[in-house]
Design a protein around this ligand. Structure first.
Ligand code: SME
Length: 152
């Protein structure tokens, strides 16, 4: 069932009552893990060195680190700066399998003033877990995170 993203967005906005990036990013992924059904991993990868994603706050099993822009679904989101939705990660040749339980994935880039700050990665153990409504809903949550956080 698709969660009520408009309600989640208002709740997330209320939860993010600092402007600190570390606090807010930790709260955001914990909130999504708690509220969006059927997820096994949610977390941020941050743009650190050029063309390289560094593991940030997350919920779930210990994960792959670092991830070059040239690899995987997160790399594709960072490279193209567009949301990536994968219905079956087994069908993606360069998918990086951090948790063997993951079957589908949604990765939303976090762009601040035309610069890539990082990406938010959601993994699900269910194939084709993410609908267009989830895509839109999670992009809206990311927009709230950006709006309520000092990221520069
Ligand atoms: N599967 C991702 C890597 C990150 S983990 O899922 C936490 C990818 O292919 O980019």
């Amino acid at each position: 069932m698709t969660p009520d993203y408009s309600l989640l967005n208002r709740q997330l906005a209320a939860l993010l009552d600092t402007r600190d990036w570390l606090t807010n990013s930790a709260q955001t992924c914990a909130f999504i893990m708690e509220q969006v059904p059927d997820l096994n991993w949610v977390g941020f990868y941050l743009q650190g060195e050029p063309e390289l994603l560094t593991l940030g706050p997350f919920q779930g099993k210990p994960a792959c680190h670092p991830i070059p822009f040239s690899k995987g679904v997160c790399g594709a989101a960072a490279r193209t700066r567009t949301t990536q939705r994968v219905d079956d990660v087994h069908a993606v040749a360069d998918h990086i399998a951090c948790d063997v339980a993951s079957r589908s994935e949604l990765v939303v880039p976090v762009i601040v003033n035309d610069d890539l700050w990082g990406v938010l990665d959601l993994d699900s153990p269910r194939q084709a877990r993410f609908s267009a409504a989830d895509w839109e809903g999670v992009e809206a949550l990311v927009a709230t995170f950006i709006e309520r956080t000092d990221l520069t």
